[in-house]
Write a protein that binds this ligand. Structure first.
Ligand SMILES: [Zn+2]
Length: 324
């Protein structure tokens, strides 16, 4: 329905009815609406620039709360890292030391996580993302360190299982029966050579005993060398005990084992003699760890009491002449 309006006509000097079409009328209403809405929009923009809506305040509070929770989580992560550091320390300095395993190098324990940027997805959360990325990095680091630590404990458990075998293998007794310990005649170190009569390094322990006295393997192992010779060590035997240890028995009158034979601790390897470079019947005994010659006196612990051990050390330190 068209609305009736009046307009002053200057030529007729009277008001005349003006008819406004439906379309024009609709346009007018639309214009008014647009004006109202845009006015409201400006007002809304002004208002929201200076004041938060209740919903926004709520979200902001929630956000602050989440960030606080993150900080708490972060602190707890730090505490867990400290506990793990203590575990790693005990692992390297106690457990791995007991079983003679090398400590795990720091660069392996603390190695970062390589590859593509794992935190790319998080970077889109501007601002607060720093906290989230930091926490994620810490978590990744912690899980990696935990993994390495658990692997190390697996290894320690394996070493503990081997320990029994290791204890049976490592040289731990004297190579001849030596109840009164008097047979230990010359120790490890600088000694006068019995034949050259000059001071030389003596790389083993000499045990004097009558020819034919039994010589025992000082630990479980495999005979890796049986050599019959008229010089140097004379007739001698080398036993490999594993774990880096070897023992050498020299100047035998007779050998009683063959190469490749498995022997137990206490098994007879041969008999005392004076073959090779030797001044009188005796056993020259050497202990090697990874090829280096060690003082055998430290490997008689299985059959000596503390006081006997002290006497043995004293005997081995006498500045006498070796039998070589
Ligand atoms: Zn000797």
């Amino acid at each position: 329905m068209a609305k009736v309006r009046y307009q002053y006509n200057e030529s007729t000097l009277s008001y005349e009815k003006v008819k406004i079409s439906k379309g024009k009328r609709a346009l007018q209403i639309l214009g008014t609406l647009v004006a109202w809405l845009s006015g409201g929009g400006v007002f809304y923009l002004l208002f929201t620039t200076f004041y938060d809506s209740p919903k926004e305040s709520q979200l902001k509070n929630k956000n602050d709360e989440i960030l606080l929770q993150y900080e708490i989580l972060d602190k707890r992560l730090d505490q867990m890292s400290a506990v793990l550091a203590d575990l790693e320390n005990r692992d390297d300095n106690i457990y791995r030391t007991i079983f003679e395993a090398e400590p795990i190098p720091d660069n392996i324990r603390k190695a970062g996580i390589g590859g593509v940027n794992r935190y790319k997805n998080l970077e889109k959360f501007k601002g607060e993302a720093d906290q989230v990325i930091e926490t994620s990095k810490k978590l990744d680091q912690l899980s990696k360190q935990l993994y390495i630590q658990s692997k190390s404990f697996d290894e320690v458990i394996e070493l503990a299982k081997q320990k029994e075998d290791m204890l049976a293998s490592i040289p731990a007794v004297q190579p001849v029966s030596n109840a009164d310990l008097k047979r230990m005649s010359s120790g490890f170190g600088r000694r006068v050579h019995p034949i050259y009569k000059t001071v030389r390094f003596h790389w083993g322990n000499d045990f004097t005993a009558p020819t034919g006295t039994e010589i025992y393997s000082t630990g479980k192992g495999k005979v890796v060398l049986v050599e019959h010779s008229g010089s140097g060590y004379g007739n001698h035997v080398i036993v490999d005990h594993g774990y880096g240890y070897q023992t050498l028995y020299a100047h035998m009158s007779e050998t009683k084992v063959r190469q490749g034979q498995e022997v137990k601790r206490g098994e007879i390897l041969g008999l005392v003699g004076s073959t090779g470079l030797s001044s009188a019947p005796h056993l020259h005994y050497e202990v090697l760890k990874n090829g280096a010659k060690l003082d055998p006196v430290n490997f008689y612990f299985n059959d000596l009491s503390p006081s006997e051990y002290a006497l043995m050390i004293q005997l081995s330190q006498q500045e006498n002449q070796s039998f070589d």
